[in-house]
Design a protein around this ligand. Structure first.
Ligand code: DUC
Ligand code: ZN
Ligand code: ZN
Length: 487
């Protein structure tokens, strides 16, 4: 009888901390041994010349989600998780999105009904809170946090999602009390609406004006406001999908001042610019997302932020919409920028893009790549060390990379249900060739080896990052001394 279920031999293993030559023995879905001269495995994998990295964790993706405008994502939990797996990702954390009037508990049940029979890799859920009623804030949310939904996204823009500052503070206060992590979509709603209205009044409805209306200052202002709200209550937050240099600077400054502010960015802010949105006709709709890709200087600021630790996580913000009336172009040729479904696909290419342009081009070392794409996600969202590393006792979630494999990106090689890719024609070096989730081979030799519904739900623990710094601002300290604990 074999000693292990799976043994991976002769590869180079990299974690967020180390790079080493060792073999991996897997038993019952868990890493049992790291070492050399391991006994036999029922399944033997030769990883000579390959890198063995923790499976990616994509902690920002939209799957089978209905937007506030009523448009459903092109990917369901099967196609999205298959695409993720082909791209080296073994855990996804999409959103259970509340629309106004809905019970948060019921929303979570519905997302489980969608995901449980379809996902091929493991998944957790963040919540989206758009209707912070007394019932939601007083009962549903605290109970859900205790059930393993320990992070939630709030929006400072979008007509039907936007929260005002007072509501934001209510949510931050609950997060502080319960130890949950708040993810913030930071753009100034009124600035965007004002700009969009004027542009449309002047007959400027082409996709490129999406980027004009979502001005970089709107992102910078809201990012600063979110930081200050978090500071007031001494509760950490994560700024998601950061695109503008102005926002990167605000986050960096806050971190320098010792505030617990975290940052996330995404492939579209490294590899696309507003010029893509300005492509002729409606072609630019394929690149419309919020906040939008900006310019070369913003790309440089985002790369710098990845290198110097301003950003802890690199996620896809996969928000898949087809280039037709079901998604990007609800009014066909007459669609203006304000009606284009926001979002770009990226769940499969997130890791290959960053590996090729980051690691292979010498911008990031391999360990930073692992931190940004896997380990830090697990730490931020309470999944570490079950997920996010290669260590004895961790789930055997690994991606075996051929670092030299060259691939030209076309929509046809991808596994999502979008029909186009914003990265068409790019040539990448490095690709995950074998992907393993809890010891199960999920992708091998370009083929899917996992079945629908074989992914498991992961209740999240509390984030270490979400602990308050413990230094209340003077006003809160004074209120407390006066007998009023405001948070
Ligand atoms: N913006 C979001 O806020 N969510 C989904 C995609 C997008 O572009
Ligand atoms: Zn967002
Ligand atoms: Zn998003």
């Amino acid at each position: 009888m074999s000693e292990y279920d799976v043994v991976i031999r002769n590869g180079t293993v990299a974690t967020a901390a180390d790079t080493m030559s060792c073999d991996i023995g897997v038993t019952d879905g868990v890493i049992a041994t790291l070492g050399t001269h391991l006994g036999e495995g029922t399944r033997e994998i030769d990883a000579s010349g390959k890198l063995i990295l923790p499976g990616g964790i994509d902690s920002h993706c939209h799957i089978e989600q209905r937007s506030s405008a009523g448009v459903i994502c092109a990917d369901d939990f099967y196609s999205a998780t298959v695409a993720a797996a082909f791209g080296g990702t073994t855990t996804v954390i999409p959103f259970a999105a509340q629309h106004r009037g809905q019970s948060l508990r019921r929303v979570v049940e519905e997302y489980h009904e969608a995901a449980d029979p379809k996902a091929v890799i493991d998944y957790a859920f963040h919540l989206i809170i758009s209707d912070p009623t007394e019932q939601v804030m007083g009962q549903e949310l605290p109970a859900l946090i205790r059930d393993g939904y320990t992070s939630f996204k709030v929006y400072m823009t979008y007509d039907l999602l936007q929260l005002d500052d007072r509501q934001m503070l209510d949510i931050l206060a609950v997060a502080r009390r319960e130890g949950a992590l708040v993810m913030v979509h930071a753009e100034n709603h009124d600035m965007i609406k004002w700009l969009a209205g004027r542009l449309l009044d002047h007959g400027l409805g082409a996709p490129r004006y999406h980027a004009v209306s979502h001005a970089r200052l709107a992102e910078g202002e809201a990012t600063n406001r979110a930081v200050v709200l978090s500071q007031l209550l001494d509760v950490p937050i994560l700024l998601v999908h950061v695109s503008a240099a102005e926002a990167v600077e605000v986050i960096r400054n806050a971190q320098t001042r010792g505030l617990k502010i975290y940052g996330e960015t995404c492939p579209q802010y490294l590899f696309l610019t507003a010029d893509d949105i300005a492509k002729p006709g409606l072609e630019g709709a394929k690149f419309c997302c919020s906040p939008p890709p900006r310019d070369d200087a913003a790309q440089r600021a985002v790369w710098t932020g990845l290198r110097n630790g301003t950003f802890q996580v690199f996620s896809s913000d996969h928000a898949p919409y087809r280039y037709d009336a079901s998604g990007k172009l609800p009014h066909g040729e007459k669609t203006t920028f304000k009606d284009i479904a926001n979002g770009v696909p990226g769940i499969e290419l997130r890791l290959p893009l960053l590996f090729s342009e980051g690691v292979q081009q010498g911008r990031l070392d391999l360990n930073a790549f692992v931190s940004l794409t896997s380990t830090n996600h697990a730490k931020l969202y309470g999944l570490y060390p079950k997920k996010g590393t290669i260590a004895v006792g961790s789930d055997a979630d690994v991606a075996i990379w051929d670092p030299q494999r060259e691939t030209t990106i076309t929509a046809g090689i991808l596994h999502d249900n979008v029909g186009y890719t914003p990265y068409e024609g790019r040539r990448l070096r490095g690709w995950p060739v074998t992907v393993i989730s809890r010891g199960r081979i999920v992708v091998e030799d370009g083929k899917l080896a996992a079945t629908r519904g074989s992914g498991a739900f992961l209740p999240c623990g509390l984030s270490q990052a979400a602990r308050p710094a413990g230094v209340p601002v003077p006003e809160l300290a004074f209120a407390a001394a006066s007998g009023a604990a405001l948070v």
